[in-house]
Ligand binder design. Structure first.
Ligand SMILES: [Zn+2]
Length: 241
């Protein structure tokens, strides 16, 4: 017997607060928050990122240095994890505060568009499950739930962010290949300082009936992606998307 539960695959940082809370870096977090810094922590790689005034400090727990705006090295002991808490010293927080006070040359990015991608569709139903409701067998298909959730999310986001483009890869029951979804994302018109948030919605099934809840997959702000040059990809078509 399978039971359906939600998976929301979300790009970028909107949901990384979940991880920051899970790690409970109380001591360090208290100091950083008091100073108006935004803090991200990735327990998987033991690395963190602090943001303020368009500047970023990234670090790996326990290292003898931290990185300022991904460019310059600052010789300060990075926060370290002790008994589940991130701890640091006053010297680090002072240096961070001074760095955040400096003028930022970076044109800060804003999210200009949110693209909602309801997974599967058309000939591809995704996962499914037959439910007996009032003696009738009803087949629940993932593609239909993804679409309904996607449309609801679109309506909520349009209300919440009237200044952004809220778009969908599909708003009806049609099949789209992964390539087509990528093409739609790449064709969205943005200003130079704008980024796009891509949210892919899926529903998972599990043989374990007690499985419930949701998964969020995201790229942390500290994640540096190597983007392939179309020329260097050559003839290898599978690399292009
Ligand atoms: Zn799926």
């Amino acid at each position: 017997m399978k039971r359906l539960f939600f998976t929301i695959l979300a790009a970028l940082f909107l949901f990384s607060h979940v991880f920051a809370e899970n790690a409970k870096p109380a001591d360090f977090l208290a100091g950083a928050q008091k100073a108006g810094m935004t803090f991200y922590w990735d327990p998987l790689t033991s690395s963190g990122l602090i943001e303020k005034n368009g500047h970023r400090i990234s670090f790996h727990a326990g290292d003898d240095f931290v990185l300022q705006d991904y460019k310059t090295v600052l010789n300060e002991k990075a926060p370290v994890l002790e008994n589940g808490k991130l701890v640091t010293n006053a010297s680090f927080l002072n240096s961070a505060e001074n760095f955040f006070k400096t003028e930022s040359n970076d044109n800060p990015y804003r999210i200009g568009a949110i693209l909602i991608d309801p997974g599967h569709g058309g000939k591809d139903p995704g996962t499914s499950k037959v439910h007996k409701i009032n003696g009738k067998n009803i087949t629940l298909k993932e593609k239909d739930i993804n679409l309904k959730v996607g449309l609801k999310l679109r309506d909520y986001l349009k209300k919440a962010y009237p200044d952004k483009q809220i778009l969908m890869t599909r708003s009806r029951d049609v099949y789209l290949s992964l390539n087509q979804r990528t093409e739609i994302a790449n064709s969205v018109r943005l200003k130079d300082n704008e980024a796009i948030l891509f949210i892919s919605i899926h529903v998972n099934s599990n043989f374990n009936e007690s499985a419930s809840g949701y998964e969020v997959w995201y790229l942390s702000p500290g994640y540096r992606r190597q983007v392939l040059n179309a020329k260097s990809a050559g003839e290898e078509k599978s690399l292009l998307p």
